[in-house]
Design a protein around this ligand. Structure first.
Ligand code: 5GP
Length: 218
């Protein structure tokens, strides 16, 4: 396992938001979960949804599964930083959870659809937006069929939507093509590392303190 530590003495800094979108079946969830397992101080943001759990999905880990009524109460209470109807269900990202993580200095991976990503782009200009392509639409169809979680009608709907969604990839800063999991993971790791190394996010005053400490030791 590769663990990436940021050893630069930057003191406390606000967390970074990594937003990943791509068509259903492109492999976003697998990539995101593996990415957070490999990189320290990077957490997966668990969304709320009205979709029923699929086999093997755990409430609070994969999604927080809620009823339609509960979801709409949360919308009324302004509890989502973004939300969208994707296919026939609602999905949303919890505002306070995101703000708290970033305030604590924890980087977050948010795996959401393109409508949600565009909402976040307005709220978080400094967010890092990454688009994940499937190798081809034919591969996407095969993957959706093989995962056996969706009906033929749902697969067709997801493919149609993918064709539309892919047109918007230019709104994202980075992209990767999920041909081969390990390669895409390496590319995503590279993005996270590079973003962490941006001087713009270094707390200038704490670097000054660190340098003075080093001078005293020398
Ligand atoms: P699935 O039902 O296959 O888990 O997800 C369907 C789609 O909803 C995927 O494109 C996924 O990225 C998106 N999605 C998951 N969570 C959220 C969320 O919190 N907000 C938005 N806007 N989309 C989400």
């Amino acid at each position: 396992m590769v663990t990436i530590e940021n050893d630069i003495p930057i003191g406390h800094r606000r967390g970074r938001l990594f937003v990943i979108s791509g068509p259903s079946g492109a492999g976003k969830t697998t990539l995101c979960k593996q990415l957070v397992a490999r990189i320290s101080n990077l957490t997966f943001s668990v969304s709320y949804t009205t979709r029923p759990p699929r086999e093997g999905e755990v409430d609070g880990k994969d999604y927080s599964f809620v009823t339609n009524d509960a979801f709409h109460e949360m919308i009324k209470g302004n509890e989502f930083i973004e939300w969208a109807k994707v296919y026939e269900h609602f999905y949303g990202t919890h505002r306070n959870t995101v703000i708290q993580s970033l305030d604590e200095g924890t980087d977050l991976v948010v795996e959401i659809d393109e409508q949600g990503a565009m909402q976040l782009k307005k709220a978080f200009e400094e967010g890092v937006f990454i688009y994940l392509f499937p190798p081809t639409l034919a591969t996407l169809r095969t993957r959706l069929e093989h995962r056996g979680k969706d009906s033929q009608e749902s697969i067709q709907m997801r493919l149609e939507r993918a064709k539309d969604e892919i047109q918007h990839f230019g709104e994202y800063t980075y992209f990767t093509v999920n041909n081969e999991l390990e390669q895409s993971l390496k590319q995503l790791e590279a993005v996270v590392i590079a973003e962490r190394m941006k001087t713009a996010y270094v707390n200038q005053s704490s670097v000054g303190e660190q340098c003075q400490d080093h001078q005293k030791e020398a």
